[in-house]
Design a protein around this ligand. Structure first.
Ligand code: F6P
Length: 468
């Protein structure tokens, strides 16, 4: 056991934490608290539960905050050297592991496992070790620790070696690749990743499909498979209905609805999508499907608008920047080809604005969620909950949310542009009573597991040593 130990009874570890800092001209630091499932999930523990969130400093502002000892209660930011973090986050997590789990490699985008990869892998190990050491220091005897995501696949095993007394969980927010694809990783790396997660008492996933793929990979790569000490579990994450509905009715959202209504134009239908701009979201094929809809069914011209909010992410990496540029290019092409003086077929916005996203949710007639693969996809759950008039969901069968929402959505093969165009037409022409019925059932399914419950269920299962 580590010689020092802390007081925290419940710990969460993730790359991105609940708060970030920006330096101001006068030298002060402004803190910005983020939203998201984990943040609301953790709030369920309450303030007197000795909870601690360990995360990485991501920006210069964050690093400055750590140096000055500025911080929020319940959060510990790790000042991992910027180059180590860049290798681990950009190099390994988002250039390799993200591509493996979302099965995104295709010619000419191929995996490269060379000396540079090995150098970055050493950083990924060091980054994971920094988390394991901090957690070992902060955790009280027998505490529960939930480690999040593909950035931190090695940390559970490292932490187990330092602190065998802890209850350790690992939660994957991504899909898990099937063995035939996962095994494109070098054998030693594949084994190290699996063994890293198997260091946890409990490895949990958003759907049964991803949990089964993980189990299959353990059998294929490690032979004996899942050791008896590790349970594999599933916890679907739902929409936070109370928060979303409350936030969606604040004045700044109403203001943006007025602006958006003017942009869309009176009497037109809105096909809405909101994503971070990255390849698994399949935004380009969504635009191409919309283009095909306009080409094949001219009756929709001037009568529909595709509202696409694509918020750039991971822009340090060329492959994500190129994808963002491709999204913009295709949207411009469609507008040039079909736009008229009074109608802009695609309204593409790239500046992240949560209030405007909620405004679009409220106005949506159709929500387009067509990822190539996605751990869950909360947008698919959030739009039906927030939409004013109910909406039809066009949903990829490869999104984790499909398991819960597929029966009441119009489902698509995300690669099939023609099929997606047909699905959009079907969605736009669905009779009002069927749309209302489907929306009702979508809302029930989408809100069944609110984030607080999702987190508490994980915690209880971890403490009770449960599988399933
Ligand atoms: O889907 C996996 C995930 O880690 C989510 O939990 C999170 O919303 C997203 O990716 C964040 O990506 P990043 O921190 O790279 O912006």
């Amino acid at each position: 056991m580590a010689s020092t130990q802390g007081a925290a009874q419940v710990l969460v570890a993730s790359n991105r934490g609940p708060v970030s800092y920006t330096g101001q001209q006068d030298g002060s630091l402004v803190a910005r608290r983020g939203g998201g499932g984990l943040v609301s999930g953790l709030s369920a523990i309450g303030s007197d539960a000795d909870a601690l969130w360990v995360c990485a400093a991501l920006s210069d502002g964050d690093r400055e905050a750590v140096r000055r000892g500025v911080g929020e209660p319940g959060v510990r930011m790790l000042d991992i050297p910027a180059d180590v973090h860049a290798d681990a986050y950009n190099g390994i997590a988002n250039s390799v592991l993200w591509f493996v789990h979302h099965m995104l490699y295709q010619t000419p985008l191929e995996p490269v496992f060379d000396a540079e990869f090995r150098r970055q892998w050493a950083s990924y190990q060091a980054y994971n070790r920094a988390f394991a050491e901090a957690l070992a220091q902060e955790a009280a005897e027998g505490a529960a620790v939930v480690v999040q995501d593909y950035h931190l696949a090695l940390a559970p095993r490292m932490l187990r070696q330092l602190r065998p007394d802890l209850r350790i969980g690992h939660f994957s927010h991504t899909p898990w690749a099937p063995p035939d694809y996962f095994r494109l990783l070098p054998d030693d790396i594949a084994a190290e990743l699996l063994a890293g997660i198997l260091g946890a008492d409990r490895a949990a996933f958003l759907t049964r499909r991803w949990a089964d793929a993980f189990t299959d990979c353990c059998h294929a790569v490690l032979g004996p498979g899942i050791p008896s000490g590790t349970r594999v579990g599933v916890h679907g994450l739902g929409a936070d209905a109370d928060f979303l509905r409350g936030r969606a009715h604040e004045p700044d959202v109403a203001e943006r609805m007025t602006a958006l209504r003017t942009e869309i134009g009176a009497g037109r239908r809105a096909i809405v999508r909101v994503d971070r701009t990255e390849l698994s979201k399949n935004i380009v094929r969504g635009l191409l499907a919309y283009r095909q809809l306009l080409a094949d069914r001219p009756e929709w011209r001037e009568r529909v608008v595709h509202v696409a909010f694509a918020y750039p992410s991971r822009q340090d990496l060329a492959v994500y920047r190129d994808y963002t540029a491709a999204v913009q290019r295709v949207a411009e092409e469609i507008n040039a080809e079909y736009g008229t003086a009074g109608w802009t077929p695609v309204l593409l916005h790239v500046e992240d604005d949560f209030a405007r996203s909620l405004a679009a949710y409220r106005l949506a007639d159709v929500a387009l969620v067509n990822p190539i693969r996605d751990g869950m996809n909360l947008v698919a759950k959030e739009v039906p909950v927030v939409s004013d008039e109910g909406c039809v969901l066009v949903l990829s069968r490869e999104a984790g949310a499909y398991e819960e929402l597929g029966a009441d959505a119009i489902t698509v093969n995300p690669y099939d542009i023609g099929g997606t165009a047909d699905a959009l037409h079907r969605a736009l022409t669905l009779p009002a009573d069927e749309r209302a019925e489907r929306t009702k059932r979508l809302i029930a399914a989408a809100t069944a597991l609110p984030p607080a419950q999702w987190f508490l269920d994980q915690l209880h299962a971890l403490q009770a040593g449960q599988a399933g």
